[in-house]
Unconditional design. Structure first.
Length: 318
């Protein structure tokens, strides 16, 4: 990160490479810049040196300044994460807590974020608005996020996506599979894009966060499972997981129509973000066609050592 100490100039500027795109992040406060830098370290973004090339996505963070008025007569709706979105069909405003984000449609994609006050370390609103901004920018270049773990079957290098909301057991399942030797992309969030005619997945979040029922503990998986991280994979299987509360887990194969419906539910911005909705839905449709999908009603037996690996090896025909 480049630190600048000149009055009325940005306090921090940093470039990142992600999914084949160049991202530029700028902040008006050095302290805020350091918070953002630590956030970005938790995502699979690669810092790069100062670039002469124009970035694809520019994100500007401003703290303490009066935020702009949202124009009237914009379409307005509430998003699943509790924010309020206002759109003209191309760009949009997103109000989330005391933060406001504005995406201006064009090339490069320009995103401005106003924070009413300086966030404290670990405050959720900064992480959420920053994640929303990065993913919104990437969507303009055909890279779409999904709330999913990504695992790789050890011998066949087959991609398995474990799709589910927070508390559905996907991180615990990912941890159990990694413990059994499965390579991984991420335990929580992935980026999807076309690689030729097929959909490719890559990890977005770096760390694992596993719940013990009362709280979540985070750790760096590279320290626990060295050499098991994969950069990308072509998915062949989808698991839509939820906790059943029963002892025995149950797998149920899904039709392509039901698979598509579940993918849309797992990717709400595929319909929220209307300017790129067609491209997003086209990618999800391709993903549904190239994979076999199952509902997984996760029981307590998945906690047994090796059980999860054996179960998923069966659907893979291993």
């Amino acid at each position: 990160m480049e630190v600048i100490q000149v009055r009325d100039r940005p306090a921090s500027r940093v470039f990142y490479a992600v999914a084949g795109r160049l991202l530029f992040v700028e902040s008006t406060h050095q302290r805020l810049g350091k918070l953002i830098e630590r956030l970005c370290a938790g995502w699979q973004l690669t810092p790069v040196s100062f670039q002469e090339t124009s970035p694809d996505i520019r994100i500007y963070f401003v703290c303490g300044n009066t935020r702009p008025q949202i124009p009237r007569n914009l379409e307005q709706f509430e998003i699943a994460d509790g924010g309020q979105c206002y759109t003209d069909g191309a760009g949009f405003y997103l109000a989330l807590g005391d933060a406001l984000m504005h995406l201006q449609h064009g090339e490069p994609v320009v995103i401005k974020i106003w924070l009413e006050r300086m966030p404290v370390e670990g405050e959720l609103v900064l992480a959420r608005i920053a994640s929303f901004a990065i993913c919104a920018g990437l969507r303009r270049y055909g890279v779409f996020e999904i709330h999913s773990a990504g695992m790789v079957q050890p011998r066949g290098e087959t991609g398995v996506l474990i799709v589910g909301s927070s508390g559905s057991g996907k991180s615990t399942l990912a941890l159990n599979l990694a413990t059994a030797g499965w390579p991984y992309l991420s335990d929580d969030e992935l980026l999807l894009s076309f690689a030729g005619s097929e959909v490719e997945a890559r990890g977005f979040r770096n760390f694992f966060a596993v719940s013990d029922g009362a709280s979540k503990s985070c750790f760096e998986p590279d320290d626990v499972f060295p050499s098991q991280r994969r950069q990308r994979v072509i998915p062949r299987f989808l698991l839509f997981t939820r906790l059943s509360g029963e002892q025995k887990s149950e797998l149920k194969k899904l039709t392509q129509v039901k698979t598509m419906a579940r993918l849309i539910r797992a990717c709400p911005w595929a319909t929220y973000d209307t300017s790129i909705a067609d491209a997003n839905l086209e990618l999800l449709s391709a993903l549904a066609r190239q994979t076999s999908a199952f509902d997984l009603h996760a029981g307590r037996d998945l906690l047994q050592p090796g059980f999860a690996s054996d179960l998923l090896s069966q659907i893979n025909g291993d």
